[in-house]
Design a protein around this ligand. Structure first.
Ligand SMILES: [Zn+2]
Length: 241
């Protein structure tokens, strides 16, 4: 299993940074996308990939910088790819949120309302439960982000590498410390200023050095080069870990 940073940008980042997303490739050459924000279809274009090249899409929460590209994929599936249905994997609460946010735009008319299942193979999973996918397992883990709806991190595990991907999360020293004990790499939300619903670089710097050495910072703004994350590192767009 290889994890590629398809996008490392925040909600407000502009190209060349795309919205935070991962592309996972398994030994059997299956590909899974993690999160699909507004600018992620541009990142997929750059990687030469379309909906049919994806064996699944995992979604962590319903902010548009994590789901805004799904409408394009849904319409491509329905109208350009003969009804192809990309597997869509998320915790039940996220699936319910997707139905509310995506569906009004995906209904064809008032007489024949379509469902999310008409566009995707929907798989609703339980948080804190491990599922196998190709040569890795994944577990959605609840994180603190906004109060309005649930948000999740994902813990990826292979016999060789354990990776904790926070997606969007506030600073949570207890969670980071707990996950650092069972992770080789931590990809954590890193806002370049403190405040709001994201973890900041300043907050991450308060962690012990041995934990920081495991952290790759993602979900940052275009001005990230003005900041020094050491001993943490930036997760660079296109980087394979
Ligand atoms: Zn968010």
């Amino acid at each position: 299993m290889k994890i590629k940073a398809l996008g490392t940008g925040s909600a407000f980042a502009r190209p060349p940074l795309y919205n935070a997303s991962l592309l996972i490739e398994t030994k059997a050459q299956k590909r899974f996308l993690v999160d699909c924000g507004n600018s992620v279809p541009l990142g997929l274009d750059k990687a030469g990939l379309g909906p049919k090249d994806l064996d699944g899409i995992l979604i962590t929460h319903i902010h548009l910088d994590h789901i805004g590209g799904l409408e394009e994929i849904a319409f491509k599936n329905m109208y350009m790819l003969g009804g192809h249905k990309t597997p869509l994997i998320a915790p039940k609460a996220v699936i319910e949120g997707l139905k509310k946010r995506l569906m009004p735009a995906l209904w064809r008319d008032h007489t024949g309302r379509l469902t999310l299942e008409d566009y995707f193979q929907v798989k609703a999973v339980d948080p804190d439960k491990s599922y196998k996918l190709g040569d890795f397992s994944y577990t959605f883990i609840p994180v603190k982000h906004v109060l309005a709806f649930p948000s999740y991190a994902i813990y990826f595990k292979t016999p060789r590498r354990r990776t904790f991907f926070s997606a969007d999360a506030m600073f949570d020293a207890e969670l980071i410390t707990r996950m650092a004990k069972i992770s080789d790499v931590i990809i954590y939300d890193t806002q370049l200023f403190t405040g709001g619903v994201h973890c900041s670089l300043e907050e991450l710097q308060t962690l012990p050095k041995e934990i920081k050495k495991k952290i790759l910072c993602h979900h940052y703004g275009n001005n990230y080069k003005q900041f020094k994350p050491a001993p943490m590192k930036w997760l660079k767009q296109g980087q394979v870990i």
